[in-house]
Design a protein around this ligand. Structure first.
Ligand code: HEC
Length: 163
């Protein structure tokens, strides 16, 4: 009895696999979003496309979900909130402002918010929303798109440096 049931289940599963494989092959259209996070066009020069590694690509996801609304001038949903804020938050690719900040300072200001780092309180704290990996990823994305390009320091600063 049990054996018959087992055989029946196996047959149903095998039939399911066979048909689902055939359907998948027929419907294998290229997904336009599949590679959307592999690169980022330079914000100042759309012809310059910046390749992103895995961590930077994760950072791009975080950026376009949480940060783009204040750290870019346009967003996937239209204009951003940046011009309404005083001081204006730096653009995500503003290397002239962000390149001089250590990774530790960036981590602190993102985790604890602007007020905790002596910056505008309009910069929210993200430590309860984002994981440490997300925060490191978004920093990696900022570094990747920075104009002028970011050069990592020859000697990383102390852990809790303020600038
Ligand atoms: C509601 C608007 C808003 C959002 C959303 C926002 N920020 Fe900010 N951010 C600010 C403001 C305002 C400042 C402070 C500007 C100042 O004081 O000069 C700031 C400052 C910063 C700084 C420090 C820059 C400096 O000059 O020291 C970093 C880094 C930063 N934000 C990263 C992020 C990241 C990463 C996200 C997304 C997870 C994010 N921000 C989302 C408004 C925002």
């Amino acid at each position: 009895m049990k054996l018959k049931l087992l055989i029946a289940v196996a047959l149903v599963l095998a039939a399911g696999f066979a048909t689902s494989c055939r359907q998948n092959r027929a419907a294998a259209l290229p997904d336009p979003l599949a590679r959307a996070y592999d690169t980022e066009a330079d914000w100042n020069d759309a012809a310059h496309v910046i390749p992103l590694n895995y961590q930077q690509a994760q950072g791009k996801r975080v950026f376009y979900q949480y940060c783009v609304w204040c750290h870019a001038d346009s967003t996937p949903a239209g204009p951003s909130n940046r011009s309404n804020l005083n001081p204006n938050p730096p653009l995500g690719n503003d290397g002239a402002t962000l390149n001089s900040l250590s990774d530790d300072f960036m981590r602190n200001v993102i985790t604890m918010g602007g007020a905790a780092a002596g910056k505008s309180a309009a910069m929210p704290p993200w430590g309860k929303t984002l994981s440490q990996d997300d925060i490191d990823a978004v920093i990696a994305f900022y570094r990747a798109i920075a104009q002028p390009a970011y050069q990592p320091p020859a000697r990383p600063g102390p852990k809790y440096s303020v600038r």
